[in-house]
Design a protein around this ligand. Structure first.
Ligand SMILES: [Zn+2]
Length: 249
């Protein structure tokens, strides 16, 4: 009996040590892989030089977007993240243009913000990218859902646009690598802005404001920088990957 207990005790220790070692190994592997990816992105950053990238901070002014439990609005979070992304892109030599730099809507002033005003607002954002022949159009948003357990950043692309799909997937990969609550996939949805854009475009939802943990993260300056960097890394990956048509002539 005594020997048996001793054996159980040893086994328990052995299992615990093994669990600890595997956790450390997995953690170490993830750290090394993230570090290598960061170095890779730095090496490939030249691929965005001279590219014209239009960044669209969703909503603004009379249109606040989704509302968080702390009273923060989607329009404020996405403006902060967009400005951070523009800075990183400019440092890499890209031309980054924002559809709005302040808390304002792009539609004409109206007494009641209607569907018509919303369409005018969205059209003006995409028109800016179309008229300037932007290389890509990135619209940044924050998601919301009735169930507060739902979380995770996700990208969306226009059905039928292979290049937009490639862009959305490249950013989604970096979200899953660097952000909290990974696991989502780039999804095709027919959204007005993506449909009207004449260049590869994506709508990125950086997290759920209705999830208390994610809302807290999205208010954090450091996390916002992380989100901006992940989008940037996705953009670099998109421009540095060979186009499928060229890869398989
Ligand atoms: Zn939105």
């Amino acid at each position: 009996m005594h020997v048996f207990l001793h054996y159980v005790h040893l086994r328990k220790r052995y299992i615990l040590a093994l669990a600890l070692i595997s956790t450390l190994l997995i953690f170490g592997f993830q750290k090394i892989s993230s570090y290598l990816e960061e170095r890779h992105i730095a090496t490939l950053s030249w691929t965005v030089a001279n590219k014209l990238i239009v960044i669209d901070p969703g909503h603004g002014g009379v249109d606040p977007g989704a509302l968080g439990t702390t009273g923060i609005h989607e329009k404020d979070i996405v403006l902060d993240v967009s400005k951070k992304l523009a800075l990183i892109l400019r440092e890499a030599g890209a031309e980054a243009v924002l559809t709005r730099e302040t808390d304002r809507e792009l539609s004409d002033p109206v007494a009641n913000y209607s569907y018509k005003a919303k369409i005018q607002d969205l059209s003006r954002r995409v028109d800016l990218a179309n008229s300037r022949n932007a290389d890509i159009f990135i619209s940044i948003h924050v998601n919301s859902f009735p169930d507060p357990r739902v979380d995770g950043a996700q990208t969306f692309f226009q059905p039928g646009s292979e290049e937009s799909k490639r862009l959305a997937r490249a950013i989604q990969n970096q979200f899953n690598r660097y952000l909290a609550n990974p696991g989502r996939e780039a999804k095709q949805v027919d959204y007005f802005a993506n449909r009207m854009a004449r260049m590869p475009s994506t709508i990125v939802e950086i997290g759920f404001i209705t999830n208390p943990g994610e809302e807290k993260l999205m208010l954090d300056q450091y996390y916002q920088s992380k989100v901006a960097w992940a989008i940037y890394a996705g953009i670099v990956r998109y421009f540095s990957e060979p186009k499928p048509a060229l890869a398989n002539p």
